[in-house]
Design a protein around this ligand. Structure first.
Ligand SMILES: [Zn+2]
Length: 352
């Protein structure tokens, strides 16, 4: 479609910027390869991980602005409500030409993310003198709820909470999301690959986000009693945010962590269940590897962690290598298909 003689849909795109230290940032480019300054300035203020999500939300919004024939300087709150309605939000009335035809409407969480992104974007523009009237309208507040007061430090003195007029109405979930009963056993019975069974066990018992599981390194696993970090008496795992994982896995919660005396300290510490611990209780390598290994590598069964690069291994690839892999530091991996999840990593030469 053309507006004003220019092709508007698909005009803007998200650009990845790979930095020298392994970090990846995101910005938005025009078709003539120039930076969209407003979006770039906003994305620079976002934390790692958030910038990726917001970049893709924002590029859709900027495309819509051109599609609707408005600019960031002239857009109003009502226009933004029309846009949210076009994404899938409830809106009592017509909201103009259809947008994202043939695609599913956003779900509740995606709408909340889009609303947060738009509010942040226009508040950021407002601080630079662009469309201050819209920024003022978006800077609304509401009365604090009992849950807000309980959550906040000095909650009893709270007078107001920031509100987002674009956000969908909150849904009250009566029960937490849980797998159906016996789903875990059915999954474990259906999987023939040791790695996949281990992933199911670790996700179910550890409660990991997928980025947390794929971002684990061997040094994060303290699957033994009285680990050197001294932060948990029983077997546990440290969940550490890293920007330079080769498989691009990132932990969402950025709890501070340190590397002290060849041991990981800090991060989010999570207990490990007996099912997560190999029967040869001395699970972690006796001596720390010379450098950390990515978790997708330790769970993959085709290539040694040292040479594994790029995206995580697909489950099908796990069963491709029939020969055990022996690493230079004396650890070997069992061929997939016949091993139990607990047997994925064992010291080379150990009896079991
Ligand atoms: Zn520890």
């Amino acid at each position: 479609m053309r507006v004003g003689g220019r092709l508007v849909v698909g005009q803007l795109r998200v650009q990845e910027i790979a930095r020298g230290d392994g970090r990846v940032c995101y910005t938005i480019m025009d078709t003539d390869c120039t930076l969209v300054a407003e979006a770039d300035g906003f994305l620079r203020t976002c934390a790692a991980g958030t910038d990726r999500t917001y970049a893709y939300v924002l590029v859709d919004h900027l495309r819509w602005l051109r599609f609707a024939g408005v600019t960031v300087e002239s857009v109003s709150l009502e226009d933004l409500r029309h846009y949210m309605a076009a994404l899938g939000a409830h809106y009592p009335g017509p909201f103009g030409l259809p947008w994202r035809e043939g695609k599913r409407p956003y779900g509740h969480s995606a709408l909340k993310t889009a609303a947060a992104c738009l509010k942040g974007f226009y508040l950021h523009l407002g601080t630079h003198g662009v469309n201050p009237a819209l920024a003022e309208v978006l800077r609304t507040t509401r009365l604090p709820t009992r849950a807000d007061r309980r959550r906040a430090m000095l909650g009893h003195v709270l007078h107001s909470m920031p509100a987002n007029p674009l956000a969908p109405a909150e849904r009250v979930r009566r029960h937490p999301k849980m797998l159906p009963e016996d789903a875990r056993d059915l999954l474990l019975g259906a999987l023939s690959c040791a790695r996949d069974r281990m992933v199911v066990t670790w996700l179910a018992d550890g409660g990991f986000r997928i980025g947390e599981l794929c971002g684990l390194r061997l040094v994060d696993l303290h699957l033994r009693e009285q680990a050197a970090c001294g932060q948990c008496r029983g077997p546990h795992v440290h969940i550490c945010h890293r920007e330079n994982n080769t498989n691009r896995a990132r932990v969402k919660t950025k709890t501070p962590w340190t590397w002290q005396d060849n041991t990981v300290c800090g991060g989010t510490v999570r207990r490990a269940s007996p099912a997560m611990i190999p029967p040869t209780s001395n699970t972690s390598p006796p001596s720390t590897p010379p450098r950390p290994l990515t978790a997708c590598s330790w769970s993959a069964c085709t290539a040694p962690p040292e040479v594994s690069r790029g995206p995580p291994q697909r489950p099908a690839a796990c069963c491709a290598g029939p020969q055990p892999v022996v690493r230079s530091d004396g650890w070997s991996r069992t061929p997939a298909g016949t091993a139990s999840p607990q047997q994925c990593w064992t010291p080379h030469g150990a009896t079991r």
